[in-house]
Design a binder for this molecule. Structure first.
Ligand code: OXK
Ligand code: ADP
Ligand code: MG
Length: 569
């Protein structure tokens, strides 16, 4: 019997760490856990399900973690990932770090080995100082040492994940705590729900006036929407700002669909032009990081002035001076801008020049999308997919790869907010299958994943997770047989480090894992198979064979690649 238990009267009802943790999560509106069970958390999964909650059980913790982080992005509530100690914890940690980098709220709860042994490095089962290892990779890492602290720890984790800039939180629970008992009455009293865990943050009136003046004085303004804007769930407010001001907008990848890509003011198809020529750019939940060439260099005009809306004050000036910082939550900042800009003269000449460029680019692309080739390429295969997906505007689109990512981002239109889930700030491969599970679980809508054959390999075994839960997911493999391309020659007596076995049958893998599998070689077959897969609602994989010579090194970010000039002619 534990010390705590010893202090309560014999006849008192008891509870334990397992139950207090579950009750704390439930009380805070959490009904879904993504994870992988084993010592010491197995019982948690069983008990959680027995209470009528959902537990999505993965084949690798990293994928469970990606699912939890995507759930956080979609729902604006922390996604929960549960792992075992040391190796399971480390597998999950990649996803926790990725969540933090992407500003997605997530809580990773890991069981850990006994402190006394770990701290003296005496060689416990799965020994690791998890708390300290997690710290640099998340917003905060907390350990729960006493059952009576479980309630406060869960609330602290939720508030930390959600407030300010969202991100990952680690909760360390030593094995013994799960079964430690205490009085049920005292336990119940220790649980609570935080008041206003992600409070509004209003921008100062001076800051608003400064931004309004700058925007009103602009000749060629641009609104640039980032995934922070998608996350903020103030979709109507953002659309109203765009339409009332008549300013062209362009979305970052995961902000696609926040305002439909087919909106007349969408400048996505004139991206180079608007970044280079705009004199005032309003960043809404988008950082001036590598994805925006750090706000400088030849991508930009050189004298661009930035208005930046962000909840994180020190994001301002991170790369270039911000002329009008608007620190606050996006909903409040956009509302304040709308009020200040009301009746503003629309930049009509600029907007129509942008629209003209965009429609010219769209027309050029359209031709490529319908041009037949002896073997499918990225354009005609994605062109076929695009036509099918037009009929399913609320579908979730998961996308990973290099060329598969860049081309699908360009070609596939999004119509609704938070329906494009991709490789994010890190450009990380392997997020695909976890994203599929979370998107299906959290939205109840079908999912289509467009994955490079390389990208799929990072989390392909989760296809079994998808079939096991019978999720309405269609995975399309853009199969060109390699990383970037499948036609790289092998050095003598070796297999090229960039190609895969051309005999690989991803369709048969899916069938072996209990799903439906098809191999297609033409755009027509691809379109037909995709449409019936979506309609069937069955877990399906379509292996789309495309030209091994299709694709370029690193897709559209080949400029970031480094090559050696030594010994080359
Ligand atoms: C866009 N465009 C269009 C359309 N939409 N043309 C016609 N019709 C439509 N609908 C045009 C757009 O104007 C651009 O042309 C071009 O298509 C590309 O658009 P976009 O938005 O994709 O822009 P760009 O320049 O690629 O954006 C830069 C970026 C983006 C860095 C933000 O590439 C990105 O999000 N990349 C993520 C890459 C990544 O993470 N990869 C991981 C792989 S790992 P122009 O003429 O206007 O320029 C890997 O490869 O190696 O390790 C590795
Ligand atoms: P993208 O990659 O799409 O450009 P980023 O991840 O770089 O987007 O930027 C998202 C930004 O949004 C982060 O700087 C984050 O602090 C900010 N953010 C997230 N949620 C909110 C919110 N509710 N209000 C204001 N800013 C937010
Ligand atoms: Mg490939």
């Amino acid at each position: 019997m534990s010390n705590e238990a010893a202090m309560v009267p014999e006849d008192a009802q008891l509870t334990d760490g397992f139950h207090l943790l579950m009750e704390a999560l439930e009380m805070n509106g959490i009904d879904t856990i993504y994870g992988l069970l084993g010592i010491p958390v197995t019982e948690l999964g069983r008990l959680w399900q027995a209470r009528g909650n959902r537990f999505f059980s993965f084949r690798n913790e990293q994928n469970a973690g990606y699912a939890a982080s995507v759930a956080g992005f979609i729902t604006k509530k922390p996604g929960i990932c549960v792992t075992v100690s040391a190796p399971g914890f480390l597998n999950g940690l990649t996803a926790l770090a990725n969540a933090t980098t992407n500003c997605f709220p997530m809580i990773m709860i890991s069981g850990s080995s006994e402190r006394e042994i770990v701290d003296l490095q005496q060689g416990d089962y799965e020994e690791m100082d998890q708390l300290n290892i997690a710290r640099p990779h998340c917003k905060a890492a907390y350990r729960i040492n006493r059952t009576e602290d479980i309630g406060v720890a869960v609330v602290r984790a939720i508030r930390t994940a959600l407030s300010g800039r969202p991100g990952g939180v680690y909760l360390d629970i030593p094995a013994r705590l799960f079964s430690t008992t205490m009085s049920a009455e005292d336990g119940a009293k220790s649980l609570f729900v935080p008041v206003d865990p992600a409070p509004s943050q209003l921008p100062g009136p001076d800051a608003v006036a400064r931004a309004v003046d700058l925007i009103k004085g602009a000749e060629k303004p641009l609104i640039l929407l980032g995934k922070g804007a998608a996350y903020a769930q103030c979709d109507d407010e953002i659309k109203a700002l765009i339409e009332e001001t008549g300013i062209p907008f362009t979305p970052m990848s995961m902000a696609k669909g926040l305002v439909p890509d087919t909106h007349p003011q969408c400048a996505a198809a004139a991206r180079s032009l608007v970044l280079k020529e705009s004199d005032v750019v309003v960043l809404v939940g988008a950082r001036l990081n590598w994805l925006l060439a750090h706000g400088k260099g030849k991508t930009w005009g050189g004298s661009t002035k930035f208005v930046q809306i962000d909840i994180q004050a020190n994001e301002m000036d991170s790369n270039v001076p911000i002329a009008a910082p608007l620190v606050g939550d996006i909903g409040s900042c956009v509302a304040a801008l709308r009020a200040g800009l009301s009746g503003m003269e629309k930049p009509a000449a600029w907007a129509s020049a942008v629209a003209e460029k965009a429609s010219g680019n769209r027309a050029k692309l359209s031709t490529k999308l319908t041009t037949a080739t002896p073997v499918m390429n990225y354009f005609n295969s994605l062109g076929a997919i695009r036509e099918v997906l037009k009929n399913y505007p609320d579908i979730n689109l998961v996308n990973e790869g290099a060329n598969a990512l860049d081309n699908a981002r360009m070609i596939i239109d999004q119509y609704q907010p938070r329906r494009r889930l991709d490789t994010g700030t890190w450009g990380v491969m392997g997020v695909g299958m976890g994203s599929c599970v979370a998107a299906a679980a959290e939205t109840g809508k079908p999912v289509v994943a467009i994955c490079g054959d390389s990208a799929f390999g990072f989390s392909g075994m989760e296809a079994e997770t998808i079939t096991r839960y019978n999720l309405p997911v269609t995975i399309i493999i853009m199969n060109n047989g390699g990383i970037y391309r499948g036609d790289e020659a092998s050095p003598e007596h070796q297999v090229s480090c960039m190609v895969f076995n051309p005999k690989t049958r991803y369709d048969q893998l899916m069938i072996a894992l209990g799903g439906e599998g098809y191999r297609v070689t033409t755009p027509e077959e691809l379109a037909e198979t995709l449409d019936s897969a979506i309609k069937s609602g069955k877990p399906t994989l379509i292996d789309a064979i495309i030209d091994p010579a299709a694709g370029v090194e690193s897709g559209r970010i080949g400029n970031l690649n480094v090559v050696s000039t030594i010994g080359k002619k």
